[in-house]
Structure formats: structure tokens, C-alpha cells
Design a protein around this ligand. Structure first.
Ligand code: NAD
Ligand code: G6P
Ligand code: MN
Length: 441
């Protein structure tokens, strides 16, 4: 059986420990020959690399594991590259979230002005990284989930139009399916969803029972109305995530047709959401004080002890599991179903062909094959066309170094929606991003 060579770009990420453990757990399903962590910040990556050395010695001794800051070492002869970089780091995420909120508009990792701020940084770094990867591994599958995935996907579509081995992925639709299964008391694999949207902006039109074919959406609506909505892994979540999931109840009351992605709340209730976020302490601060500290503390403890002990079981990780399942589907041509980000080309019949949309796809060795959802209703079409236009204009701004296009992207975004505010926020973000953004003239 073939064993695969895998590189993780952004080895110092707070998600890497989850991946290391999941690769060890899933060694039968997706066998590895070699695993390399790559990061531009060697100091940040080091404890995670050391943790990996200790863990794999115990759990996966035949695996060739290493970590590096040298692209040549990282990218050579790879089969799969998992990309999870955060351009600018969590420190810039803080600015992306705080600055727009100081103008009364939502600052969020991927939505609104915060997402666009992060988006331009990610375009710069992702384009550079993928050109480098292609020098060393022209045939590797690149699985990208670096955010903001919608903007990154649009940029990569333009930068690498003939490259059919770049796949953009988000775990949130699957997280919502998993959460729904908790509500229904069933296995999430027994649910067969139909979904449409853009990344972090979509809806489930149906949630079929895979065994009986029954559409469970009416039942789901009723349970959410009575009991609210919780993430599948609620016990491991910070408070803000519980609120974000809980908000599905409000969305379903106002828009009962479809089950929403949790991110839709930002677009449907921008004023309410902005007024309930603390401009001085956002999700970025919560991550810095929470997940980031927990991860590096766990590394420290394992390195000090020189062994893993019970730490192997500390994190269960749906995120890593999904990404590894995606690689497995490609490697073994399983044609399993995943919700993925692909060029539309008729999947949503009444949306433009060149929009990067998120829909259910069959996935195998020849890449994703999207399942058509037909025409979507005018309300949803209106929301999505506005957003896809904003995202495309932002990517225009990146390529053309155009202040005007960026201003249009900001003005059109539903979370800003006002040209004077758009200009003020854009100017503040130009200042904050400095040379991490392309120059806008
Ligand atoms: P993090 O800041 O902890 O980790 C990111 C790592 O990337 C850091 O170690 C940083 O040094 C490194 N990095 C930055 N620029 C780089 C570059 N040019 N080349 C290589 N490495 C670089 O962030 P995190 O919270 O762990 O998140 C990591 C990424 O995963 C983010 O982009 C996040 O949005 C994304 N993510 C996406 C999904 C999804 O559904 N698409 C889910 C979870 C996380
Ligand atoms: C979900 C989304 C990701 C996002 C992550 C943010 O998994 O799908 O795109 O990056 O949540 O999580 P955080 O805990 O960093 O706010
Ligand atoms: Mn996502």
C-alpha cells in the first residue's frame, strides 16, 4: 500500500497538535511515509515539532517526521500540502477585529472589513507560497484552508487558472452537520446534506436521513426552536462560540426555510452583532488567552516529561479529521461527499459561473465533482451576489493595486454598506497593515 508524503504549512498553528494526533490515529486509513512541518516562524514552530518527535516515537515510530523553515526541505517530493498559515499572525487578527469595531462595524476573522483586511494579506502570502511549492512539488495536491478561504480561493483561481490540484476547504458546514446530529441523537455520517453558498455564507436546503431518505429539516427546525443549537463539541468550546451557534435559533425563526451556517448571523444582523461585540476584547483575544496558551502549555509539559502519557487523548479534533479525510478521498479515490469550495460553473444555476461557491461535492483522485443545487431563491441570490461582488472587487484591488476597487469592495460589503464609513475603515486598515498589504493607489 502506498504511503504518502505530507507537508503542513503553518506548522506553528494552534491546530497542528490536533493534526499530529489525528495523523497518528488515522495511520491505517491514511498511511504516511513522511510528514514535514513548515513555518516562517521557527521559534513558534519548535515546541510543536518537539512535541511531534516525542509523540510519533511512541505512536508512529516508522514515520519520517521533521520540522523546518527551509522551503526546499519542506516542499520536495510531496503528495499533499496542508495549508494553514495565518498571514500576519494572531496579532494582526486582533487589529482586523478591533479596528472596524472602533468604527461600529463588525470586525471578524473572515467576515466584513476584518475578513477583507486579512484577505489582502493572505493573497500576498498564499500566492508566494504556492509558487514556491510548485517549484518543488508540481504534482502535489494543495489542500488550503488558510482563511479567509473565500477570498483566497478567488485569488488562487485567478493566479493558477490551470492548476487543478488546489482545493479550498472549510470545516464549518461539516461542523453544522455534526452539531445537527448531536441534536437529533444520530451519527453525523447518517446525514445527507444539500448545501449552497459562499464560504462562511451558506444554507442547508435539506438534511436527508441517509438510510430512509426522509428530509429531517422540519424536525430540526422544531428541535432548535425548543432547545436551541449547540456545537457538537460544546464541552470544549469557548463562550463566544456557544453564543454563535446558539444564534442559529434566531436565524431559523426569522428565515425558517433553510438551516443556516453559523457565519450567516454576521450578514443577516450586522448592526445587532456589531453592537454586541466588545471592540477591545474580540475572538482574537479569546484565542490568544485560550487556545494558543493551552496548546503551547501542552507542548511544554510533554517536552519536559519527555513522553506523551495521557496527553494523546486531550484534544479530539473534527477539524483535522475532516482535512485528512479529504486527502484520503483523493488518495484512494473514495468518491465520498464533502462540502467544498469550487468554481460554480452551474452548480448554483442562477449564479455567475466564475464565483467560488461552497456546495456538496463527490471527491476522488480527479478532484471534486460538485452536485447541482439548481436555482436558489431571490433573497439568497441577492445576498450572495452582493458578497461575491465584494470579494471579487477586493481581489481586483489586489491585482490592480487599486484603492478605488478596494473602496468599492468595502462599500458593497453588507457589514459596512456605506461609502464614507468604508473609506474611513479602509484608510485605517491601510495604515495598520503597512507593507503586509499590496500598495493601493
Ligand atoms: P496561528 O497564528 O496559531 O498559526 C498560523 C501559523 O502560520 C503561525 O505559526 C505562523 O507563523 C504561520 N505562518 C504565517 N505566515 C506564514 C507563511 N507565509 N508561511 C508559512 N507559515 C506562515 O493561527 P491558527 O488560529 O492556528 O489558524 C491557522 C489557520 O487555519 C488560519 O488561517 C485559520 O483561519 C485557518 N483555519 C481555517 C479553517 C477553515 O475552516 N477553513 C478552520 C480552522 C483554521
Ligand atoms: C471555524 C471556521 C474557520 C475558522 C475557525 C475560527 O472552524 O470554519 O474558518 O478559522 O472556526 O476559529 P477560532 O476559534 O480561531 O475563532
Ligand atoms: Mn471556515
Amino acid at each position: 500500500m502506498k504511503k504518502y508524503n505530507v507537508c503542513i504549512v503553518g506548522g506553528g498553528s494552534t491546530y497542528t497538535l490536533g493534526f499530529l494526533k489525528s495523523f497518528a490515529r488515522m495511520q491505517e486509513e491514511f498511511p504516511l511515509n513522511k510528514l514535514v512541518l513548515f513555518d516562517i516562524d521557527g521559534e513558534r514552530q519548535k515546541p510543536i515539532g518537539q512535541y511531534g518527535e516525542i509523540m510519533f516515537k511512541e505512536r508512529y515510530p516508522e514515520l519520517d517526521f521533521s520540522y523546518t523553515t527551509d522551503p526546499a526541505e519542506a516542499y520536495k517530493d510531496m503528495d499533499f500540502i496542508f495549508m494553514q498559515m495565518r498571514a500576519g499572525g494572531l496579532h494582526m487578527r486582533q487589529k482586523d477585529e478591533h479596528i472596524p469595531l472602533s468604527f461600529g462595524k463588525i470586525g471578524q476573522e473572515t467576515c466584513g472589513a476584518g475578513g477583507m483586511s486579512y484577505g489582502l494579506r493572505s493573497c500576498v502570502d498564499m500566492v508566494e507560497a504556492i509558487h514556491q511549492i510548485r517549484e518543488y512539488s508540481p504534482e502535489a495536491w494543495i489542500l488550503n484552508y488558510s482563511n479567509p478561504a473565500a477570498i483566497v480561493a478567488e485569488c488562487l483561481r485567478r493566479e493558477f487558472p490551470d492548476d487543478k490540484k488546489i482545493l479550498n476547504i472549510c470545516d464549518q458546514p461539516e461542523n453544522v452537520v455534526r452539531s445537527t446530529s448531536r441534536l437529533l441523537g444520530c451519527d453525523w455520517n447518517d446525514l445527507d446534506p444539500v448545501y449552497f453558498g459562499l464560504n462562511h455564507y451558506g444554507w442547508f436546503t435539506h438534511m436527508y436521513d441517509r438510510k430512509t431518505g426522509e428530509d429531517l429539516l422540519p424536525k430540526i427546525r422544531q428541535i432548535v426552536k425548543e432547545k436551541g443549537f449547540l456545537p457538537q463539541d460544546a464541552e470544549q468550546r469557548d463562550k463566544s462560540w456557544l453564543e454563535t451557534y446558539g444564534f442559529v435559533q434566531t436565524m431559523l425563526e426569522d428565515f425558517p426555510d433553510y438551516l443556516p451556517n453559523t457565519y450567516d448571523g454576521y450578514y443577516l444582523y450586522p448592526e445587532y452583532k456589531a453592537s454586541h461585540l466588545n471592540p477591545n476584547y474580540t475572538r482574537a483575544d479569546e484565542v490568544i488567552d485560550g487556545r494558543e496558551k493551552r496548546v503551547f502549555k501542552e507542548c511544554e509539559e510533554v517536552i519536559k516529561a519527555g513522553k506523551l502519557g495521557d496527553k494523546f487523548h486531550a484534544i479530539s479534533d473534527a477539524h483535522a479529521e475532516m482535512m485528512i479525510k479529504v486527502a484520503e478521498a483523493i488518495a484512494f479515490n473514495t468518491l465520498g461527499r464533502f462540502i467544498l469550495i469550487v468554481e460554480n460553473n452551474g452548480a448554483i444555476a442562477n449564479m455567475q459561473d466564475d464565483a467560488m461557491v461552497e456546495v456538496v461535492c463527490e471527491l476522488g483522485i480527479n478532484g471534486p465533482r460538485p452536485l447541482r443545487v439548481g436555482n436558489i431563491p431571490q433573497f439568497y441570490l441577492g445576498l450572495l451576489v452582493q458578497q461575491v461582488s465584494s470579494e471579487k472587487l477586493l481581489v481586483d484591488a489586489y491585482y490592480e493595486h487599486s484603492y478605488q476597487k478596494a473602496l468599492e469592495a468595502f462599500t458593497l460589503n453588507r457589514l459596512i454598506n456605506d461609502a464614507k464609513e468604508a473609506r474611513k475603515i479602509l484608510d485605517a486598515l491601510i495604515e495598520a497593515n503597512g507593507d503586509q498589504w499590496p500598495e493601493l493607489k
